[in-house]
Write a protein that binds this ligand. Structure first.
Ligand SMILES: Nc1ncnc2c1ncn2[C@@H]1O[C@H](COP(=O)(O)OP(=O)(O)OP(=O)(O)O)[C@@H](O)[C@H]1O
Ligand SMILES: [Mg+2]
Length: 249
């Protein structure tokens, strides 16, 4: 059965893309057919996996004449595929909104495309708007990465509010958890942010991902942590998350 996970937070730079591609590659390595769909016009899921951003999502959503599977790309990793996005994804957003397409428009459009996969990870843009809600509607679970900094924690409320509104409209998915990222126990700001998250959201807080330069290097080289340094702290942190994600499916 296909399980769809959205990685969402309207704040930028909180490790949405890093988390998306790291989880996706982890399940592909565990012999699970896995698909990444990049709904962010920045197209960084593709670059983080070492391939070029392309108008995949745009074509699937806006010009469905060609079979949707045509736009899915491989990325030289067994069992891992990607439906990339690029700047044209922003146009898809405008079109969906202008045509006032229903909340389940994306879920319906991509239903048959995701079916062959065990795991589907949706990378999202740091913004609010029609496409974000329609993307989350498609997800069984949502992971909200939150950088352990004061302002990041502040913006978490807005993303949770979006989920709450979707639940009221009949969304059947749920929050898998809040993922503290860029955690650095040496800085007071990071510790305070972590304490706050635990106090406010207790069992919804996932084990943190520590700040790690190696993750930046992975992105620059188009490699995942499983290729570059699986035994590093970052690898161990993400491995804990993989185990949790694996359990719900
Ligand atoms: N735990 C970490 N420690 C250090 N650097 C990290 C960590 N996680 C991600 N990064 C780096 O931080 C930058 C932002 O991460 P990423 O692109 O995953 O965030 P994002 O939420 O997808 O950003 P955007 O909102 O722009 O899409 C990248 O350069 C990434 O390599
Ligand atoms: Mg991103």
């Amino acid at each position: 059965m296909t399980r769809v996970f959205a990685i969402a937070n309207q704040k930028g730079g909180v490790a949405k893309t890093t988390t998306t591609i790291t989880l996706a590659h982890a399940f592909a390595l565990r012999q699970k057919p896995t698909l990444v769909i990049d709904f962010d016009p920045q197209g960084q899921s593709a670059t983080a996996l070492g391939i070029n951003p392309e108008p995949g999502v745009f074509n699937c959503l806006v010009s469905p004449a060609t079979p949707r599977q045509y736009w899915v790309r491989t990325c030289e990793r067994e069992l891992l595929s990607i439906l990339p996005g690029d700047r044209s994804t922003a146009t898809a957003q405008i079109v969906l909104n202008a045509e006032n397409r229903p909340i389940d428009a994306i879920a319906v459009a991509l239903k048959s495309l995701v079916q062959p996969y065990d795991f589907v990870f949706l990378d999202t843009a740091p913004s609010v708007g029609g496409i974000q809600e329609r993307v989350i509607w498609m997800a069984d679970y949502v992971i909200i990465p939150v950088a352990t900094e004061y302002l990041s924690v502040d913006s978490l409320g807005k993303t949770l509010e979006t989920l709450q509104q979707l639940v009221q409209r009949g969304w059947k998915g749920k929050l898998l958890g809040i993922l503290p990222t860029f955690y650095d126990q040496i800085t007071k700001e990071s510790r305070n942010a972590m304490d706050y998250l635990k106090k406010e959201f207790s069992n919804q807080v996932l084990p943190p991902i520590h700040r790690a330069t190696i993750l930046r290097e992975c992105a620059a080289d188009g490699q995942t942590i499983w290729e570059k340094a699986p035994n590093s702290q970052a690898g161990q942190d993400y491995d804990s998350l993989v185990k949790i994600v694996g359990k719900v499916s």
